[in-house]
Design a protein around this ligand. Structure first.
Ligand code: ADP
Length: 493
């Protein structure tokens, strides 16, 4: 155990590190739609290295059943009341890489998509909330800290305090991590009254009410013992009306209990020196392999350009958040004026997907739009691209830019949230930096920054190589993040 943690335990008169149960809607590698899954998957492994017993509880989604059914062990079952329905809960156990994952089984709620959208999604996770709370006493693992993540699990602290306080649960401390405040799980108050037996007195702005609705996330912000988010800058931003999405009031009031911990990436999974998914391995001392990865990627994706033509890539969910409206505005101009190729790996909003497919048709051989989710291809994109574009409107942390840097692909980012905290902008006077950045959410400011990056690639090879080496040397390992969480857990006791 690290001396720092030993000392904290001694100071608090505790004999052991806290047991932690991490509740989340998704957990990599078994179920994943975005960065939340990566954090939930990596955190318990890194905490184990610090000597902490952290386990995960997550739905037994269809995708998990299809792939892991043979490795899952049934523990026990019971039923819960959800409104007028009595619902089956199966608790299954899966041990993966030494981490225990409890899976909440119910075919009706989790037999299909991870997120069903709308009211149906609210019901999925209201069910999950009730199932987790009722399962805890029988898991054979009693958590000192229940670590909730995003709106899907944000009702846990409230129900724990208001409905389970007299049970063993009363001892459990709660931490809510906000990975993305944009999604809050807002429904009419009747929904909460009917499904989760929430009393009417909680339908006020001090508790759950927000713009005439009630929100899972607001309940979490009010009732969790501690709050955290995924980068120091996003913690500051959340307390402002522009970023706070209506929760800036409660978050400002609790600013002293809100900590920003920058996420990290799994350095073993994302390692250009050992990655079996890329065409040729490389490291910062031997960058030749990166050029091979680029040529192989361009061939695979049908991009026809010389080896010295810079390749700009995006790997992202195609939502408004990720800055696709800026890309739409200037992509044609850029391609008309610059020698470059553009590769997109993503899916989401149909209008952005359509735009990218049309751009591919207009610029055959110079633009490739791969619409879909493809984990293996993403490794090849990170390894083969020269630049990764991430012009987000807001970005709680962002993992893509960190993965890109690990593979020597320089990020071009907007200075917001975790992008600001992880990318050091190129300084032409000192040669320092790990990427390029711009401040305002403006298409032509982004375009000028891309042009600047292309110019360094083309005309300043020495500076370019230095930036690539700097980026690859930056340490975004999850160990640092895990220590931040460990400190918070201990602090909570
Ligand atoms: P967010 O969580 O907002 O989607 P992050 O940058 O934090 O954004 O995490 C996104 C993660 O999902 C990264 O690991 C990225 O590589 C991966 N990803 C996003 N879109 C795709 C895709 N279409 N195919 C494969 N991986 C993707």
């Amino acid at each position: 155990m690290k001396r720092e943690f030993q000392q904290s335990l001694l100071d608090k008169g505790l004999e052991r590190l806290p047991n932690v149960l991490i509740a989340a809607a998704e957990c990599a590698p078994i179920s994943k739609t975005g960065g939340l899954a990566d954090v939930v998957g990596t955190l318990p492994k890194s905490l184990a290295e610090l000597g902490m017993d952290a386990r995960v509880i997550t739905p037994y989604h269809r995708c998990v059943k299809d792939k892991y059914r043979d490795r899952v062990e049934h523990m026990f079952s019971f039923s819960v009341d959800l409104g007028w329905r009595s619902q089956y809960v199966g608790i299954e156990r899966l041990v993966l890489d030494g981490v225990t994952i409890y899976l909440v089984d119910n075919e009706y709620y989790f037999g299909d998509k991870i997120y069903r959208g709308g009211q149906a999604e609210g019901e999925q996770y209201a069910f999950f909330t009730r199932a987790v709370l009722d399962a805890i006493p029988n898991l054979g693992f009693f958590p000192d800290v229940l670590h909730c993540n995003d709106w899907h699990t944000a009702m846990l602290p409230m129900l724990l305090r208001t409905q389970y306080g007299y049970y063993v649960h009363g001892r459990i401390k709660t931490l809510l991590t906000i990975h993305n405040i944009f999604y809050q799980g807002k429904f009419g108050f009747d929904f909460f009254r009917d499904l989760l037996r929430v009393e009417d007195r909680y339908f006020t702005p001090e508790f759950m009410e927000i713009n005439g609705c009630a929100a899972f996330l607001k309940a979490g912000c009010v009732f969790a013992d501690r709050l955290s988010t995924v980068s120091p800058s996003y913690a500051d931003e959340l307390c402002t009306p522009y970023f706070g999405e209506g929760l800036d009031g409660i978050l400002s009031a609790r600013r002293h209990q809100l900590t920003g911990i920058l996420n990290g990436i799994d350095k073993k999974v994302f390692n250009p020196y050992s990655d079996p998914l890329i065409a040729k391995r490389f490291d910062k001392g031997h960058l030749k392999g990166k050029q091979t990865c680029k040529e192989s990627l361009m061939f695979e994706m049908g991009l026809q350009a010389g080896p010295r033509t810079p390749l700009v890539a995006m790997v992202a969910r195609m939502t408004d958040q990720k800055g696709f409206d800026l890309v739409e505005r200037v992509l044609d101009e850029l391609l008309d004026e610059q020698d470059m190729c553009f590769l997109l790996l993503g899916s989401g909003d149909k209008s952005y997907e359509g735009f990218m497919q049309e751009a591919e048709n207009r610029h055959r051989g110079r633009v490739c739009a791969y619409i879909g989710y493809n984990e293996e291809l993403s490794h090849r994109v990170y390894a083969g691209a020269d630049l990764l574009l991430m012009p987000s409107k807001f970005e709680p942390c962002g993992l893509s830019q960190m993965i890109a840097m690990r593979y020597g692909t320089l990020p071009i980012v907007r200075e917001t949230g975790g992008l600001r905290d992880s990318v050091v902008p190129y300084n032409q006077y000192t040669g320092e930096g790990t990427g390029f950045s711009f401040a305002n959410y403006n298409a032509h400011e982004m375009k000028a920054t891309i042009e600047r990056a292309l110019q360094v690639y083309r005309d300043e090879p020495e500076n370019w190589n230095r930036l690539v080496r700097n980026a690859m040397a930056a340490d975004f390992g999850f160990e640092r993040s895990a220590e931040g969480y460990a400190r918070l857990y201990i602090d909570l006791l």
